[in-house]
Design a binder for this molecule. Sequence first.
Ligand code: ADP
Ligand code: MG
Length: 253
Amino acid sequence: MNLEIKDLNVSVKDKKILNNFNLKINTGEIHAIMGPNGTGKSTLSKVILGDKNYTIEKGDILVDNESILSLETYERARKGIFLCYQNPISIDGITNSEFIRTALNEQNEKKVGLYEFIKSMEKNIDSLKMQPDMMHRNLNQGFSGGERKKNEVLQIKMLKPKFIIFDELDSGLDVDSLKIVCDNIKEYLQEYPNTSVLLITHYTRILDYLKPQYVHMMKNGEIVESGDYTLAKNIEKYGFDKTFFLGDDKNDE
Ligand code: ADP
Ligand code: MG
């Protein structure tokens, strides 16, 4: 899936968050956005999914060259856009398996067979090293931060989205869980190499695993610098402000 964000200007409650934001992610590319707290990274991810709390003042979001701004969130999801939440919510009264099966049935013309569904859930729960009973527990209820993140990746493996946004996947995950989650994502991307990915993160650890081809630095609602993995390493080494001011003169080692 090709996703293009053009001159996007977004505000919430009269506060301007995104300023002339531009980004193009082609089929099969992995991009990372790094930026300090409060720069609008989560806002960007929510706007891509059509969160109505945010007002688009100007600009467009195109999927395969067609604007998606008039589409409802479920229509965007049906196209294959998936947001892996920074803080996934819990929902009482619906089990994890009901939730995923309902979503699958909504996504596809053909209903999924129960046997096939359970087999696939069991396999993925196992490869994510989740507890087997998590299938039958209420969605994210009583799940730790790390378990919630694994549950998001479980949804990815079941729903097979074409464009995935990971909003701070690393938050809440311990080192071992992060490795398990990243191994699962890598395996998914190997199986479905046309998947496009946007990784939003503060840390390079997840980038070491998932190896984005492009890294962007975001400040005050816009991308101020783009590069490759070296940019992420510089941000880690020098911090956001210094990396920005050093510009291109820092590639001395
Ligand atoms: P990031 O993910 O980069 O840390 P966010 O996108 O969450 O940043 O937030 C960007 C700015 O917009 C912050 O100052 C935040 O407080 C503000 N903001 C985001 N969503 C809302 C909202 N629904 N209501 C009010 N302010 C918001
Ligand atoms: Mg955020």
